[in-house]
Design a protein around this ligand. Sequence first.
Ligand SMILES: [Fe+2]
Length: 149
Amino acid sequence: MSYEKTQEVLNQTVADLSKASALVHQIHWYMRGAGFLYLHPKMDELKDQLDEHLDEFAERLITIGGSPFSTLSEFDENSKIKMTSATWDKSIANRLSELVIAYKYLTEQFTQALEISEKEGDAVTVDLYTTALGDIEKTIWMLEAELGK
Ligand SMILES: [Fe+2]
């Protein structure tokens, strides 16, 4: 059984989750305004969740014979999640909306990855994506609820 496409998509996920984690960290640091006291620690929670999934995906990739991206430039070059230098003038709502966009991108990637790993018969990877997709979708619901959407 060849897992060639699954390996590719797992590496895409390694880059995307690394970048998403950096984005959450930036929001955690640069947050100012009402809601700080609960949203600042919430970002730590989200970052831990992303990092845990990242480690699972990277180690699955190694398990099936692949080589995960591991440098900051590889993460940056291979992920489509956008980040810019931080400023202090963005509202918390604005930052959370940016996070929702990044998380929605992750759900699209994970959905495609699910199909690819299913086609190649990699049930373990299918399971990882199913779990991660559930977590990301739930977080989108919570972020949008916080935004009043
Ligand atoms: Fe912190």
